[in-house]
Design a binder for this molecule. Structure first.
Ligand code: ADP
Length: 448
């Protein structure tokens, strides 16, 4: 970037110098031409002022040959009658010279001809006199090239000065541009304090946000690992303890089935937990584009889930029912089934005997609604935000006693996000909990 800025600065400088030199030379040459022509015109006026300047007058005038200008007198037919510089005998007919023919036609004429040597030009001015002859005055002067060349040293010096100035400016500009970026790159942690210019603010804000996200994620991962280790430890300690008792024959024969039951229970919890952890880490790395999405009959999946959990509901003395109409969403079948299971399972487990759970599916405006409402124990306000965090439980012992892992709602939240759906929780302790999810409607017709 630095190199590019420097290169562009120099290019601009170079172009400016060249264009200025060329245009200034052209302007000066125009002025210079006008000056010379004016001078020649004055000569002709001086020479022809008193009387008609004829060959006799020319011959009689003294010192004409020493004049800086060349004076010629040309007859109307083009014959050169007099020349103060060249012998007229050797001159051809001048009738076709542009300035002469112009003077013959219009009274005066002028022309500039480049001489053989490139660095000088001949300027001609001619007037038609009263006697029909043409008086012509000529002068050799610098050509445009010569003017350009004479200006060249100044142009070169100016160019060098401008060039150096541009380099300095480019270096300063890049330094000003890059300084905050360099300092940010070195001290990303202090990006709040690094002074930046206006245009960089959105960039810094994005970096800051991403940086904070990364730190938050790292912290969450660390917490998660610590929590996982802690959560796995409890059932493993229990398994190890009961197994040891049996191994050393310290358990009475009659206690063995109970101990085995405890081992079985702990092992099941471990398995559930490990399954949930695997599921979460899969969801963590999966982008919504990677999940294979299809058109799903949500009402059918909800009905299946209700049927499947009927036994569990009966065990908890809870009535589990489904109501609703056919509704289609665009989603991943496995994920949606898991979401339904987790919500219904919670609604049963955190319910009271004789309570009920109602699963509702239907259209709500443009969206498809899934609602799992229970008449259970409810969640106090202060816990409502946090129940979606991993391993967050309101009533730890009840969760564990009913086979909870503390990960169910975290998985639900993930799945909802994967489906770009909206989740809402309403709950009142002692009255019950309603979890509502709004999905995008996949319409009635099949999307190919
Ligand atoms: P768990 O495996 O412990 O049920 P979840 O992530 O599914 O974990 O839920 C987190 C916590 O939220 C639970 O421990 C429970 O305290 C509370 N909770 C979840 N669903 C309900 C509900 N329907 N009624 C009351 N409390 C609930």
């Amino acid at each position: 970037m630095k190199k590019k800025i420097r290169r562009e600065f120099m290019l601009v400088a170079l172009l400016t110098i060249v264009l200025t030199a060329v245009s200034m030379t052209a302007v000066f040459y125009e002025l210079f031409k006008k000056e010379v022509m004016n001078e020649l015109e004055s000569y002709t006026r001086v020479l022809g002022s008193a009387t008609v300047f004829d060959a006799a007058a020319a011959e009689s005038a003294e010192g004409l040959t020493d004049w800086e200008v060349r004076i010629s007198l040309i007859a109307a037919d083009g014959t050169v009658l007099y020349d103060n510089d060249v012998d007229v005998g050797g001159l051809d007919n001048h009738g076709d010279r542009p300035e002469v023919s112009e003077a013959l036609e219009e009274g005066s004429g002028e022309s500039i001809r480049r001489s053989d040597t490139l660095d000088s030009s001949a300027f001609y001015y001619a007037v038609l006199q009263e006697d029909g002859t043409v008086l012509r005055v000529a002068k050799a002067s610098s050509s445009i090239w010569r003017i350009f060349l004479s200006a060249l040293p100044i142009v070169v010096v100016t160019a060098i000065v401008i060039f150096l100035l541009c380099m300095l400016l480019a270096a300063r500009a890049t330094r000003t541009l890059m300084a905050p970026i360099d300092s940010l790159a070195e001290h990303l942690d202090e990006c709040n304090e690094t002074p930046v210019y206006e245009e960089l603010v959105p960039f810094v804000q994005t970096i800051r946000r991403q940086h904070e996200d990364i730190l938050k994620n790292a912290r969450m991962r660390q917490d998660f690992t610590a929590n996982v280790s802690h959560e796995l430890k409890t059932p493993l300690t229990s398994i190890s303890g009961y197994a040891e008792l049996i191994e050393h024959q310290m358990a009475a024969q009659k206690d063995i089935p109970r101990f085995a039951g405890e081992i079985h229970h702990s092992a099941t919890r471990l398995l559930n937990m490990i399954n949930d952890i695997i599921r979460l880490s899969e969801l963590d790395v999966m982008t919504p584009a990677e999940a294979s999405m299809e058109r799903l009959p949500l009402h059918q999946l909800a009905q299946n889930c209700v049927d499947m959990l009927q036994v569990s509901a009966e065990k908890h003395q809870v009535t589990l029912s489904f109501k609703g109409e056919s509704a289609y969403i665009h989603g991943n079948k496995e994920m949606v089934e898991e979401l339904l299971y987790n919500l219904c399972d919670n609604a049963i487990r955190y319910n009271n005997p004789n309570g009920s759970v109602t699963v509702t599916v239907g259209a709500k405006g443009e969206k498809i609604l899934l609602e799992v409402a229970d008449t259970g124990i409810g969640i106090p306000k202060k816990h409502q935000e946090r129940v979606f965090e991993r391993f967050y439980r309101v009533d730890k012992s009840r969760s564990k006693a009913t086979g909870g892992t503390g990960l169910g709602l975290a998985i639900v939240k993930h799945i909802v996000a994967q489906h770009s759906a909206q989740l809402e929780l309403q709950s009142e302790p002692g009255k019950g909990t309603t979890i509502t999810i709004l999905f995008e409607n996949a319409g009635k017709s099949v999307i190919l």
